[in-house]
Design a protein around this ligand. Structure first.
Ligand code: ATP
Length: 233
């Protein structure tokens, strides 16, 4: 279980997150929605160890992970897929996927590759294709697949639908839902609040770096304030 416990964090003198607390259980899909600049990406960066937390604590399975370096957080199997995907463009799909397994023994890698190809059959078909020639949606699948190759227990997705058509957005969000069925906790940050809430077990609404609402995804999707502020209804 991932527990973010009253953290504050920011950039230089700028404090962005204020006493922010969230929780994600194993096998749970949790969304964080909120306006541009609410601090969603900053929260993921703090969990990944890319920025420091100033107060509060982040724990994974009861052990403190705040204060660890990013590669140490990855070794605890808490893995983030960044918004810009960070693929190695000139390399093939398969090479990008195998790179995700850098923490692991080669013998296990083939099994994981097969699991990624089960989840995203298009990547199997295209495994020899150069990554940068794939569509945005397919590149997002490669980025998620690469994160899965590191055998995450907690997978964090930062705006996976950026630049994708509605159909591909559903493909990617449905993949996130399928991943949580395997017991992995998924923390999803999305601008597409309506779609994200509809597939989430639970969700949080972030405003100015603090949680202002939380509840089951479908319940929040029906909340009057959420509908007005984030769903344009
Ligand atoms: P978006 O959907 O726009 O990414 P967000 O909720 O993810 O929104 P953040 O990216 O976490 O928001 O940004 C929160 C605030 O932190 C914003 O005011 C942003 O300008 C600021 N910020 C983000 N990155 C930096 C940085 N590297 N240096 C200084 N300020 C930053």
């Amino acid at each position: 279980m991932l527990e973010v416990d009253k953290i504050t964090a920011g950039y230089g003198k700028l404090q962005i997150l204020h006493d922010l607390s969230i929780r994600v259980d194993a096998g749970e899909l949790v969304s964080v929605v909120g306006a541009n600049g609410a601090g969603k990406s900053t929260m993921l960066r703090a969990i990944s160890g890319l920025i420091e937390t100033r107060t509060g604590e982040i724990r994974y399975d009861g052990e403190k992970i705040s204060g660890l370096r990013p590669h140490q957080v990855v070794r605890r199997r808490v893995i983030q897929v960044s918004e810009d995907r960070d693929l190695f463009g000139p390399m093939t799909v398969e090479q990008n996927l195998v790179l995700g397994a850098w923490t692991r023994k080669r013998a296990e890698v083939d099994d994981d590759l097969a699991r990624v190809f089960d989840l995203f059959p298009i990547l199997k078909e295209r495994r020899k294709q150069i990554a940068q020639t794939m569509s945005g949606g397919q590149q997002q699948m490669v980025a998620i697949g690469r994160a899965l190759m590191a055998q995450p227990q907690m997978l964090m997705l930062d705006e996976p639908s950026t630049g994708l058509s509605p159909k591909l957005t559903w493909d990617v969000l449905n993949a996130a839902a399928a991943i949580r069925e395997t017991g992995i906790g998924v923390l999803l940050v999305e601008q597409n609040a309506a779609q994200a809430l509809s597939i989430s077990d639970r969700a949080y609404v972030l405003e100015s770096g603090s949680v202002v609402l939380e509840g089951p995804g479908r319940e929040l999707a029906g909340d009057e304030r959420v509908r007005k502020a984030y769903l344009g209804l």
